[in-house]
Design a binder for this molecule. Sequence first.
Ligand SMILES: Cc1ncc(COP(=O)(O)O)c(C=O)c1O
Length: 463
Amino acid sequence: MAATGTALLDELRATDFARLDASGTVYLDYTGAGLYAESQLAEHLELLRGHVFGNPHSVNPTSSATTELVERSRAAVLEFFGASPDEYVCVFTPNATGALRLVGEAYPFRAGDRFLLTFDNHNSVNGLREFARARGAETTYVPTAAPELRVDEELLDRYLAEVGGAHHNLFAYPAQSNFSGVHHPLEWIERAHEHGWRVVLDAAAFVPTNRLDLSRVHPDFVPVSFYKLCGWPTGVGALLARREALDELERPWFSGGTIVAAFVQRDWHQWAPGAAHFEDGTVDFLNLPAVEIGLRYLERIGIETVHERVARLGSELLGILAALRHSNGEPAATVYGPRDWDRRGATIAFNFLRTDGAVVDERFVDRVAARHRISLRTGCFCNPGAGEVAFTISRETLVGGEFGEGMTLDDYVDAIGLPSGGAVRASLGLASNAADLGRFAAFAQEFVDLAEVPDDLPARTGC
Ligand SMILES: Cc1ncc(COP(=O)(O)O)c(C=O)c1O
């Protein structure tokens, strides 16, 4: 890596990410999954080829070799996020969702406790409300408001303050929206702590292009997925948890790996200390070394360099969408969320608009994108709350609008009067470049003066 600054990223695009241009691919789904560098794979394979690694739950030489690598990866994760090992524990999980599940199933909610979360959340955070309900805690959502899709902070402050006495209250929000790209303030963490809340900061969509420094902010639970951060490996995530918060969790079961001993003839088990208490069964030990390799790769580039690159390109992408007009002068695209580069990341949700102002069916957008070899995302991106606000769908519309017997997703979209099956999302990352934006602009031009879409679109399969 000889070049510096964002020039280094162009060099890497031509080497480590050459497969993009070799296949003519424009990849615009970095919030879905990051891309791995070829050199990451080579280093990982070399490590596997040159050693014998056994199951870490033992003390034999091949087992000890594995344990050493797993612990190195754990230390690398803490270091990458500036987390002191005195304050934080890194628990390896299958993905960010697995990290959230660990918190949800073990959080000591009691009747009268509160689970507070923003409308803008991934379904893997929304789903925590089922654990809260099962333990008698009350769930409250803080709304976001169009067009910026930011949170009403006055209301948030009120909710955070209106608690009293001894309680186990939990507040969850994303550092970056996986729908609109909004950066929700990290200052909320301390504000919530002042009122005794524990905080889940969903960092899954934030960390691939922003520095999360856990020596400056101190959320209690931080879920991440490493394939989003460094492209490889899949199947590995982490829960970064403050030790004092982790100590409060009440695991609903034990399993191999989580205990030091258990009896069959006596109802007794002794929990393993630290991260092991939360790592069910055997961790993904052959993939875990790739986490350290990936994080070192990112560190060499510098996450700030990636941030700078996506900020410039993201701002240009917003400009392309803003400038897109039909011959009749009407806009040919509409963006959901901030329209300028203010407190946001490079995840941009939008829809193309027809000449009569109606939303272009996202299935047609998919078809045109495929013709341009562009990979972007359509739907609601597992973030229904952001979608409900972006499309101004009221609670009244949704009540009674459940999926009926034999209903298809298309029937459902019609039944609740949605203009389409969702938005279009373009997201940028480490290997994005100016040429990608040129190809995106040419693709977007196809929607200028579009009056109708064909009626042979495929059935929708999911949102
Ligand atoms: C903000 C956010 N949280 C959580 C998740 C869940 O991640 P995973 O599917 O890797 O568990 C995602 C995935 O897109 C996300 O964007």
